[in-house]
Design a binder for this molecule. Sequence first.
Ligand SMILES: [Cu+2]
Length: 69
Amino acid sequence: MPTIKITGMSCGHCVASVTKALNDIDGITDVQVNLENGEATYTETKPVAPETITGAITKIGFSVGESNF
Ligand SMILES: [Cu+2]
């Protein structure tokens, strides 16, 4: 399962924002965001470019670290 490292999340609102941003990407479903370890996992229903995912997260103010897209 793809796992993204996200830095900058500090509360449930951040988790909700990241979850929505990822779910809104065409081809991504089953998004799970973990605040404690700063990770998000998801399922791809079709190939999604890493830049699309990184862009969606940085656009709302968070940073993406070492990830396994
Ligand atoms: Cu927050």
